[in-house]
Design a protein around this ligand. Sequence first.
Ligand SMILES: Nc1nc2c(ncn2[C@@H]2O[C@H](COP(=O)(O)OP(=O)(O)OP(=O)(O)O)[C@@H](O)[C@H]2O)c(=O)[nH]1
Length: 251
Amino acid sequence: TSPAPLNRTWCPFPKAHAPVLHLCLFYSSDFLFKFLVIGSAGTGKSCLLHQFIESKFKQDSNHTIGVEFGSKVVNVGGKTVKLQIWDTAGQERFRSVTRSYYRGAAGALLVYDITSRETYNALTNWLTDARTLASPSIVVILCGNKKDLDADREVTFLEASRFAQENELMFLETSALTGENVEEAFLKCARTILNKIESGTRPELAGDPGGHDTAPSFPQSVSNLSVPARKGNRFPVIGRVMETDGGLGSG
Ligand SMILES: Nc1nc2c(ncn2[C@@H]2O[C@H](COP(=O)(O)OP(=O)(O)OP(=O)(O)O)[C@@H](O)[C@H]2O)c(=O)[nH]1
């Protein structure tokens, strides 16, 4: 079933002030990174995003239809970074739709379920898609989710960390249920992207204006960004982004 559009906003300030404060936060952001959350159906992608944005577990999570969107402003090494996060459906029937959202992503959470070997076995395909469709230099963190279900584990920490090493991925085991390592996963990925941009080793991560996404109400020029938000070089249609910014919605 299609989830109803969610009207949830991450904001540390009173609700009435949220639009203005979000605008201020956006304007004060040093960077804007597009992130993907990818992996097989049922691995907990939506719950991870929800836990990251709302700091609580999403009860009664349904299969994602197409993609859902969330955003959050974080502090990374003293820099303000706005993360635009696209949570993609893991079901095969949505693969062609979700693939159209990959382009221009700077980072990705590649999620499997530690209690399901099947989801682990599918990782190579998801990774190939990310590196082919987003960017060969996309920064990927492997997340072995449902860490709280250790008794039902089918994939060991060691074998997943070897896979991560062989494929040049960062790796964490997470639990969207308890929140363990969830924020760390997003921040670790953002920190690595920032380091690469600042050290000049991956300058291409610092902007891919040619990317696109097909989400309604997200203008092409601002939607797939790992772009430094420079003063005097603002994106032309910030207002439209802000209307849907800071919360979760379907696309
Ligand atoms: N125990 C436990 N259950 C989890 C965790 N994360 C998600 N779940 C459960 O796993 C199921 C699937 O979670 P979703 O977040 O909807 O999975 P998804 O990867 O977004 O699925 P698709 O949208 O179909 O791709 C739900 O029943 C969640 O309650 C976790 O960390 N621990």
